[in-house]
Design a protein around this ligand. Sequence first.
Ligand SMILES: CC(C)(COP(=O)(O)OP(=O)(O)OC[C@H]1O[C@@H](n2cnc3c(N)ncnc32)[C@H](O)[C@@H]1OP(=O)(O)O)[C@@H](O)C(=O)NCCC(=O)NCCS
Length: 170
Amino acid sequence: MSAAPINLAPSPTTPHSLLPGAVRGAVLADVPQLLALMAPFVASGDLLPRSEYDLCRHIKEYLVVEAGEAIVGCGSLKIYSQELAELAALAVHEDCQGTGLGRVVVEALVAEARALGLQKVFALTRKPVFFLRVGFAEADKAEFPLKVWADCARCPRQACCDEVAVARQV
Ligand SMILES: CC(C)(COP(=O)(O)OP(=O)(O)OC[C@H]1O[C@@H](n2cnc3c(N)ncnc32)[C@H](O)[C@@H]1OP(=O)(O)O)[C@@H](O)C(=O)NCCC(=O)NCCS
């Protein structure tokens, strides 16, 4: 099922902070829209599934991109240590893909990682070319044993994983 179309045209009264591409920290009221935004990409296998409970518990890790009332992009920063965090839950509504929003979310998460004093961010992805375009380089999954322990160990695709590890200094 494809997602509902998004009207990106700002009205003359749209405040600057609500123009397409405005990034802010997620709040609990965003949870239903976050679930809806990620659903098609969970179905396609590009994102891991997340429950409403999981999103509520970890809402402070998430950033969202707004276009008026709609959330058209998101991503999260999952901290593993004083040095390392994972970029996860990266999604842009299909109507808005290819317009630079994915890059906006990545740069916002990297800026947050830098502000926190982290040194490196990584992702496991089926879209490595996107990550290479936004400053990441291919990495070895073995560098991220905590991720493998936390998520890969309970992933149904672990025996036939097609995800590539990518990493970027922050
Ligand atoms: C991957 C995703 C977040 C990219 O978002 P986006 O807004 O379309 O990306 P941008 O427009 O910011 O693109 C930034 C650059 O990456 C490139 N790019 C984007 N998606 C790409 C893809 N699937 N394959 C190759 N390159 C891609 C763009 O051409 C652009 O390159 P340029 O700046 O050199 O011209 C988006 O396609 C998406 O939500 N996909 C489904 C969920 C998903 O796979 N998430 C990643 C899970 S780790």
